[in-house]
Design a protein. Structure first.
Length: 270
């Protein structure tokens, strides 16, 4: 099969995926109908970036990822487990984990990264105050999370909201940061700092997530970073446990796809 014929075959298959009923997760099975030749490299990466650190959702997410020998990507609010923590909105009312849980999950191979000190919208603060919030977040992580190094961390902006000034300062503080934007990033490369993602809510995100995966597969290559939150009924824009399980089951059957946390993707493939 010529490379041009193969590319056209992949494109036709991808367009069928997008047009199909997203309520039935058929992406990987459809893709394999146009057989890939032997590959030595990954063509697509998918990161499900779970925010806010809801306790039950995080435990269940880890269990589902471990079922497929995968590492989950969890981003937690540094002070959310404090008794003095004030909910920034109604979507943070569920119990969250503490650093005892985060250290346990990290030891099991999952990625635990910072999601702000108190979930303030940093883009709405004065630059000096926004910087202070981030440094306070790093201070808590340094004290509480085993092996944490801010220079090797990925900072996940609350509300996926940042400013050019804050981004320019942050690139010197971290390995990378995640903010809002085009969810399909280029595959990891050396010194890749700014990562962009999308999310959906406040209702269930199952179908929206499947659509975004379909869009990823319509491109020859790319890295989809999708900002998820809690499972089932927790958080803003929850994903069902059943859908997560089905997605991972299907995607792990595609040899040219990697499901990775952000930090691991940057470290092992970049």
């Amino acid at each position: 099969m010529s490379s041009l014929h193969q590319l056209n075959c992949q494109r036709r298959t991808a367009m069928k995926i997008i047009a199909s009923n997203v309520a039935t997760l058929t992406l990987p099975i459809t893709l394999t109908s146009c057989r890939f030749p032997p590959q030595k490299s990954i063509k697509h990466i998918i990161t499900l970036s779970f925010d806010d650190g809801f306790k039950q959702s995080s435990i269940r997410t880890a269990e589902i990822f471990e079922k497929y020998h995968l590492s989950a990507c969890m981003n937690v609010i540094a002070s959310a487990h404090y008794d003095t923590f004030k909910f920034p909105n109604e979507y943070h009312k569920w119990p969250v984990g503490d650093f005892g849980l985060w250290n346990e999950l990290k030891a099991r191979g999952h990625e635990i990264m910072p999601h702000g000190y108190d979930h303030s919208n940093l883009s709405q603060l004065e630059l000096s105050k926004a910087k202070d919030k981030i440094m306070r977040c790093f201070d808590v992580f340094s004290k509480e999370l085993n092996g944490f190094d801010s220079k090797e961390s990925v900072f996940n902006f609350p509300y996926n909201a940042s400013t050019p000034e804050l981004e320019g300062w942050l690139v010197e503080q971290v390995k990378a940061f995640r903010t809002g934007g085009n969810p399909i990033n280029p595959l990891p490369y050396n010194n890749q700092k700014k990562l962009t993602c999308t999310s959906y809510g406040p209702e269930n995100i199952d179908n929206h997530l499947k659509q975004q995966i379909g869009k990823l597969f319509s491109q020859p290559s790319g890295w989809l970073i999708y900002n998820t939150h809690g499972l089932d009924d927790e958080g803003w824009g929850p994903l069902t446990s059943k859908c997560l399980d089905e997605i991972l089951e299907r995607l792990t059957k595609i040899k040219t796809v990697a499901i990775l946390p952000v930090g691991k993707a940057l470290s092992t493939i970049g």
